[in-house]
Design a protein around this ligand. Structure first.
Ligand SMILES: [Fe+2]
Length: 409
């Protein structure tokens, strides 16, 4: 009798351990959003787009917004939007969920608080807030970074620190342009976790506009990269959606090109796109350098279109060194060689080193280089446009200003 009691007791204990264990695993698999990032998909005045991941692919995609900062989400004025969920095979027999949602019809120049999640109580992101573009805005700054390209958590610490310093120097910057090579290996989901995790403070508050690099699209495949961003689909025919697009902010028209594929078709699209804007400032963002080197043969037609439509500034990446060109037109230096470019006389091409761990040895100086160095420090640039003046300022991660250029219309 006593023996039987012990057996029943033991079996009961085992069942209890299993039940508690299963509950604990459920908690471990919380469907809290990760890798949350805000982008622009349609007008910066009236919309914001969002992407996030969850460990499980079987959860809904809900976005909630409410006017004002630090609001709760219980009131009548909360806007609830249902987005879409897709499955992503992240390797090792693991499938995660990618979620995309967009808020449109927002009021310009207005602060909104938002959160994303599955809709269940304990499965919301931390709330964040953003401000839509104001119609009366007369000045804005964008932060430019490139090649964060990390593998380890430590690599992405450098990326986070670079953005922290960028927003310390340019606290009112209204969006970020990243010139490509976000991670070293696009199939490495742990790297993406760190990429977003280390910069979440900024990526959830100001729109993040990425360019496709050779570490983002590999052999014509950019699935993992595009699964992380909800971007404009107004790009070139035949390009992977989200790898070529254009958007407006204030008085600037910004065109994102993809140097990794579909070059010819992009040439036609680029021409049409630049012909169709009435914005006075034209900025291009692309990964590989447009000028000089091997890329030049492939994108020579792009460069003549930049000349034709008087593009002001071309933001680039890939070289992991700092360079700024003289203003160039028809393959020649124009202007007086100073640090002011007047009257749309030429296009300036820049590479703002890297926001990550990899520095290349400084390449040979070329005729078009006005400033060219390797300082072995992470860098970022602020591009400020106010009326007829564009100011480009490049800093290192310690906050030291290393270059400045003014473009005057
Ligand atoms: Fe790179």
């Amino acid at each position: 009798m006593r023996k039987e009691f012990i057996w029943v007791g033991l079996i009961g204990l085992v069942i209890l351990i299993i039940v508690v264990g299963l509950e604990w695993m459920k908690v471990g698999q919380s469907e809290k959003p990760k890798s949350l990032v805000m982008t622009l998909k349609h007008s910066a005045l009236t919309s914001r787009a969002f992407t996030w991941y969850t460990e499980s692919p079987n959860t809904d995609s809900i976005l909630q917004l409410v006017k004002g900062s630090n609001r709760d989400f219980d009131g009548q004025d909360v806007i609830t939007i249902t987005g879409s969920t897709s499955k992503v095979d992240v390797g090792n027999n693991h499938v995660q969920g990618t979620h995309k949602a967009e808020a449109t019809g927002l009021e310009p120049g207005t602060v909104y608080s938002y959160r994303v999640g599955s809709g269940k109580d304990n499965e919301w992101s931390t709330q964040a807030s953003f401000t839509t573009e104001s119609k009366e805005m007369d000045e804005f700054t964008l932060v430019n970074v490139t090649d964060s390209q990390g593998i380890t958590e430590g690599d992405f610490d450098l990326w986070g620190k670079t953005l922290n310093k960028a927003f310390e120097i340019f606290p009112t910057a209204q969006f970020i342009v990243h010139n490509g090579d976000l991670t070293e290996e696009p199939e490495d989901e742990v790297a993406w976790d760190h990429f977003f995790g280390k910069a979440t403070k900024w990526l959830t508050r100001v729109p993040f506009m990425p360019v496709t690099g050779n570490h983002d699209e590999v052999n014509g495949v950019a699935d993992r990269y595009t699964s992380h961003f909800n971007l404009p689909d107004n790009g070139a025919e035949g390009s992977i959606v989200g790898t070529t697009y254009s958007f407006d902010y204030g008085s600037a028209h910004i065109v994102v090109l993809n140097t990794e594929s579909n070059i010819k078709e992009q040439t036609k699209w680029l021409k049409k796109d630049l012909a169709g804007t009435d914005k006075p400032w034209k900025i291009i963002a692309m990964h590989r350098g447009a000028y000089g080197g091997k890329t030049y043969n492939k994108v020579e037609d792009w460069v003549s279109i930049f000349d034709q439509y008087e593009v002001d500034l071309v933001l680039q990446g890939h070289n992991h060194e700092y360079s700024r060109s003289y203003p160039l037109r028809d393959g020649k230096i124009v202007g007086d060689g100073g640090n002011i470019v007047n009257d749309r006389e030429g296009t300036v091409y820049v590479v703002t080193n890297t926001a990550g761990q990899k520095f290349n040895e400084k390449k040979d100086d070329q005729f078009y280089h006005q400033v060219h160095f390797q300082n072995q420090k992470q860098m970022f640039a602020g591009v400020t446009i106010q009326a007829d003046t564009l100011t480009f300022q490049a800093y290192d991660v310690d906050g030291e200003k290393l270059d400045e250029l003014v473009i005057q219309h």
